[in-house]
Design a binder for this molecule. Structure first.
Ligand code: IDP
Ligand code: MG
Length: 219
């Protein structure tokens, strides 16, 4: 996929309805709550399937998902690609977080992560989220958020999804799975990326943001 800025539809225009291009229920909930203030109508994927994540980066995968849905539906689409990067594992699982160790569920991936981290004193990790808003003409806006923390030696908490029960954000005493969605949103990688998107649109600065970042047209 080639991304190059060529102008086109203005970012920051009034977006009336946006398709949330994810099948991950945890992400949908967080996106709906984070963008509530924008007055956008957020719709689900319906029967659409997402493309395979063949990109090497979060940016590429988020753009793949958002652009394919925007092109298929003729409506703006928003996608998140995210992952957990563990220092002692040289940044694994990273972009492969959703299929870490080929384990099929959050629970099994968490157990696998704990196993890989057994007797490992360096527990540092970070979450990364890249959110892409793609318009049907191929223009995209991109927002990135990160949060640093440490991995526990066992799960704590019931809320959230994915690796939340193992992740303790720096400066806090509860895992993401022990926080309310509001608390998590204020700190989290996805919360930060979505807040940047929300502010850019609320203030009408989306176009400037877009021009300074990796926006572009799908060729
Ligand atoms: O906020 C989070 N909390 C816990 N785990 C997360 C979070 N964000 C991403 N992850 C992990 O990274 C994976 C990211 O997967 P990806 O963005 O490719 O696709 P998905 O939407 O199909 O899950 C998630 O499945 C989850 O395991
Ligand atoms: Mg992915």
């Amino acid at each position: 996929m080639l991304l190059a800025y060529t102008g086109g539809m203005e970012a920051g225009q009034k977006v009336e309805s946006v398709i949330v291009a994810t099948g991950n229920a945890g992400k949908i909930r967080e996106i709906e709550e984070a963008l509530g203030g924008l007055n956008w109508q957020l719709d689900g994927l319906g029967g659409l399937t997402l493309p395979e994540e063949t990109g090497a980066t979060y940016e590429e995968n988020a753009a793949l998902k958002a652009c394919s849905v925007a092109l298929a539906t003729g409506r703006p689409a928003l996608a998140d690609d995210s992952g957990l990067e563990v220092a002692a594992l040289n940044g694994e699982p990273g972009v492969y977080s959703a299929r870490f160790g080929n384990r099929p569920s959050d629970l099994e991936r968490n157990l696998y992560l704990l196993e890989r981290m057994r007797n490992q004193p360096d527990r540092r990790a970070k979450f990364v989220s890249v959110v892409v808003l793609a318009y049907p003409d191929g223009v995209v806006e991109e927002y990135r958020g990160e949060v640093a923390g440490v991995l526990l030696e066992g799960p704590r908490g019931e809320s959230g999804f994915g690796y939340d029960p193992l992740f303790l954000p720096d400066g806090h005493e509860r895992t993401f799975a022990e926080m309310t969605t509001e608390e998590k949103r204020a700190l989290s990688h996805r919360g930060r990326a979505l807040e940047a998107l929300r502010l850019a649109h609320q203030s009408g600065q989306a176009r400037q943001h877009y021009q300074g970042k990796a926006g572009g047209r799908l060729e």
